[in-house]
Write a protein that binds this ligand. Structure first.
Ligand code: SAM
Length: 233
């Protein structure tokens, strides 16, 4: 029996799990709950991300995940192109975006061509398209938040992070989903360095090693929840 299935529910498209450790439904919601609480234009200004990326920058968020960081950046004032290729995640993001259109703030964000665009595909495609353009037409910042093994004490990890981890551990073949083959984060990073005109920002757990041995970041900013390694381009 598959562990996961996408299911249309009265509240929207949800991911249904039969995993004993994480049973039930997961609905991505940008308006309510933990994510909705953090996603307000006032609150995002206090987020660590607001301290490492210029609020007027054009940012490519190559690792969309649940969309939290990408949306925070857009709410800070950045122009954001966000990519997510996982076949269980991108339909949830697309549905969450559709549902959020009832809110006038999100409606403006998602329908304004210069504020936010979602690409349900491998970020490499987007970076490759931008790479050959003249400098003025390329993004200021490329952002990467690679998957990293979650902390052992799962009670400390927020519910949505548990879902994100479970989604990435599932055997997609068994669950009848298309295999998820994407460009590795290190290859994305190499491309990012060539594409960004100002900086590449990599999010890491506070004490994790750098994403690559070389180059080393120009500087890092550490916060309680994460560290941001900044590579000037
Ligand atoms: C740790 S999560 C990012 C979480 C995200 N920052 C958030 O706020 O929800 C990393 C995500 O990057 C995605 N990813 C990794 N490589 C990718 C690629 N080449 N193209 C698109 N998405 C990719 C994975 O599928 C995963 O969902």
């Amino acid at each position: 029996m598959p562990n996961f299935a996408l299911e249309q529910t009265p509240g929207g498209l949800a991911l249904k799990s039969t995993l004993p450790e994480l049973p039930g439904l997961f609905l991505l919601d940008y308006l309510h709950g933990n994510l909705g609480y953090r996603l307000t234009p006032e609150r995002v200004l206090h987020e660590p991300l607001a301290k490492v990326i210029d609020h007027h920058a054009w940012v490519i968020d190559t690792t969309g995940g649940l969309g939290k960081d990408g949306l925070m950046l857009a709410m800070m004032g950045c122009k954001v192109w966000m990519c997510e290729a996982h076949p269980l995640l991108y339909p949830l993001i697309e549905d969450a975006i559709k549902r959020a259109l009832v809110d006038s703030y999100f409606n403006n964000l998602f329908t304004h061509p210069d504020k936010f665009k979602f690409f349900p595909e491998d970020a490499k495609n987007i970076l490759m398209r931008l790479l050959d353009l003249p400098k003025e037409a390329r993004p200021d910042v490329v952002y990467l938040d690679p998957m990293f093994p979650a902390r052992k004490k799962s009670s400390l990890v927020k519910k949505e992070m548990q879902w994100l981890k479970a989604i990435h551990e599932v055997d997609l073949d068994k669950d009848n989903f298309k295999k998820y083959v994407v460009t590795s984060e290190t290859e994305l990073f190499e491309l990012a360095l060539k594409t960004a005109t100002k900086r590449v920002v990599v999010k890491r757990p506070a004490h994790a090693p750098n994403l690559v041995a070389s180059p080393v970041p120009n500087f890092s900013k550490a916060f309680q929840s994460a560290r941001f390694d900044v590579y000037l381009t």
